[in-house]
Write a protein that binds this ligand. Structure first.
Ligand SMILES: Cc1cc2nc3c(=O)[nH]c(=O)nc-3n(C[C@H](O)[C@H](O)[C@H](O)COP(=O)(O)OP(=O)(O)OC[C@H]3O[C@@H](n4cnc5c(N)ncnc54)[C@H](O)[C@@H]3O)c2cc1C
Ligand code: FES
Length: 281
């Protein structure tokens, strides 16, 4: 469990990077961050009517100094955030959630990210390398402009492979088209993934087929971000083999890839512990 803080943060800069925005906040109260932690940002301003905080992976942070996020301005909340500028103050709760677990041994690892899912990967790569792990990175996106972190991740990895659906950069295709071969070549033992749910499911399957342990940072819709509302639940198999609906904001967002019941996400499977019986009895 992280020691999250609610903080008023002043925007130091907000700059476009490809299709995304890179937000750097002055965060003098910022605690230590681990890769995979996220921040919950209040959007819309006081009286703006947007009650729910928006979740973003923490890209980088200097404890007691800064907090950096990468976001896509898609919906109402992120579009509002995109209109803010240096000097404006926003309300942030961070760091939240359970981060990626690092291996005890210096094993070969593959980091797989889709689009802005690359945001937490630089920090993760640095920490893995500090433990002597080999780090191979696969970055994927629909098109070149939606790639994030190509240059920075190149600088902190042993190899970097890019895939795009339309072939505008790197290999034409999906991250999973190159993953198995890369894992075999480097005898990868651990796979870390962040990106859209369909990508995570496919990556977890390839990892399992190749005998590797996978951890996936899921992106379930969140409302409170602190474990109270149950908006973010998904079916996960526990150590005892029993499926439970778990809250991705506090028990995740990072889960073992082989434990998430990917085909049942957004449902409550019948065999889930405490599931309502058919017909409501
Ligand atoms: C743990 C976690 C980490 C996350 N990390 C990041 C991150 O690092 N960067 C980031 O940009 N987002 C991230 N997200 C996703 C982000 O929280 C949501 O996209 C959020 O809902 C955006 O708020 P909004 O108000 O803009 O859109 P909403 O009002 O929530 O949505 C409005 C509409 O826009 C669509 N929409 C929203 N976002 C997207 C999108 N990214 N792509 C396509 N359609 C979209 C929605 O489906 C909806 O139809 C993360 C989510 C979680 C749970
Ligand atoms: S977002 Fe409210 S419990 Fe997870």
């Amino acid at each position: 469990m992280s020691t999250a803080k609610q903080m008023k943060c002043t925007i130091r800069s907000l700059e476009p990077v490809g299709e995304y925005l890179h937000l750097i906040l002055d965060a003098p109260e910022m605690p230590e961050v681990q890769p995979g932690h996220f921040a919950a940002v209040a959007v819309g301003g006081v009286g703006g009517g947007m009650l729910l905080r928006r979740a973003f992976s923490i890209h980088k942070s200097e404890p007691g100094e800064t907090l950096e996020l990468i976001f896509a301005a898609h919906g109402q909340g992120t579009q509002w955030l995109a209109t803010q500028s240096a000097g404006d103050v926003i309300d942030v709760i961070a760091p939240l959630g359970k981060p990626f677990v690092l291996p005890r041994q210096p094993v070969a690892c593959v980091l797989v990210a889709g689009g802005y899912g690359a945001a937490p990967m630089e920090l993760l790569a640095q920490q893995l390398r500090a433990r002597g792990c080999r780090v191979d990175v696969v970055l994927g996106a629909a098109t070149q402009e939606k790639l994030f972190g190509v240059l920075s991740l190149k600088g902190v990895s042993d190899s970097l492979t890019v895939t795009t659906d339309d072939g505008t950069s790197g290999v034409r295709g999906r991250v999973t088209d190159v993953l198995a071969e890369l894992m075999t070549r480097n005898e990868s033992k651990a796979v870390y993934a962040c990106g859209p749910m369909a990508m995570l499911q496919a990556v977890a399957a390839v990892a399992q087929e190749n005998g590797a342990f996978s951890q996936c940072a899921v992106e379930e819709s969140m409302a409170c971000g602190i474990g109270v509302c149950m908006t973010c639940v998904l079916p996960v198999i526990g150590d005892d083999g029993v499926t439970r609906m778990v809250r991705s904001c506090v028990e995740g967002p990072v889960f073992r890839g082989d434990r998430v019941r990917w085909n049942d996400v957004d449902t409550i499977p019948q065999d889930t512990f405490g599931a309502p019986s058919p017909g409501g009895h």
